[in-house]
Design a protein around this ligand. Sequence first.
Ligand code: SF4
Length: 333
Amino acid sequence: MKLKDKKNRVLRDLRISVTDRCNYRCIYCMPREVYQKYDYLKHSELLTFEEIGRIVNIFSELGVRKVRLTGGEPLVRKDIEQLISLLAQNPELDLSMTTNGSFPTTRVHSLKDAGLKRLTLSLDSLDEVVYKKMNDVDQSVENAMRWINECEKVGLGPIKINTVIKRGVNEESILPLVERFKGTPYILRFIEFMDVGTTNSWKMDDVVTEKEIIATINSKYPLQPIAPNYSGEVARRYEFADGSGELGVIASVTQAFCGACSRMRLSAHGSLYLCLFANKGTDLRSMIRGGASDEEISLFIQNLWTGRSNRYSEERSEAKTNTDKVEMSFIGG
Ligand code: SF4
């Protein structure tokens, strides 16, 4: 099935936040001053794995093929491998996860064995001091690097590496990261600092733009833009002129990509969000716990998507930036 919204965008991706908690305090997502004392969702409020499995089956009937597990930090959710095993029973699904790579590397094996297909690792610097500045926790780059090696060993690669760049904090990390991963199968994706939610004190001045990121790299390692792998791909791709691989930039602030946005998001407490910058979600949990049939839930989702016209990044303005928006840690990136 091809379900189209008001902008003719086909629903293809579902991002599922399995928890609103994280063991990191990234300054661009869950700043400590806000999230240290925070009213997190209670366990009873979370969708169960069975409920998530049922929702995903309904979405896959509607054409969803890519399911990404996020958080907060998805590995904070106990026994997440059980959910992956459940979802992996559907061979049509491309099951992936985004993690901060801070858990023991034994989890790489259990995730792979459970049926995870792809993994994206957040890594904001190779410099321990800068890494801690960005993530505001006493965790080490080394563990994240061990995850990269372990993923390769178990064949969960090539993994993508996401790096958020914030001016004045980690722009000096761009070239060292390029030098570390250039010539390897790993795909670096630099992310412009985004005005997600309302807690990360976002300012345009703190955004290192795609243009600046590419200029920094180009000055030492010439790059050329290449075509997207598929319509709706969030990262703009560049390959090294010397043929030693590629990297990407996710430029939601300066190069909006709403035109082909195919993503819906499900929060850990069972609400659907039509955009990363949405003001509010639509409750699905009470339908599920209220005894609604699969047909009723499917129709509900279809009506939600076909009525969708969100394109926040294309419309971003001073006024919009300051509106009340859902937190990224609540619906996943
Ligand atoms: S801003 Fe919203 S509509 Fe635009 S690409 Fe992001 S999630 Fe999609």
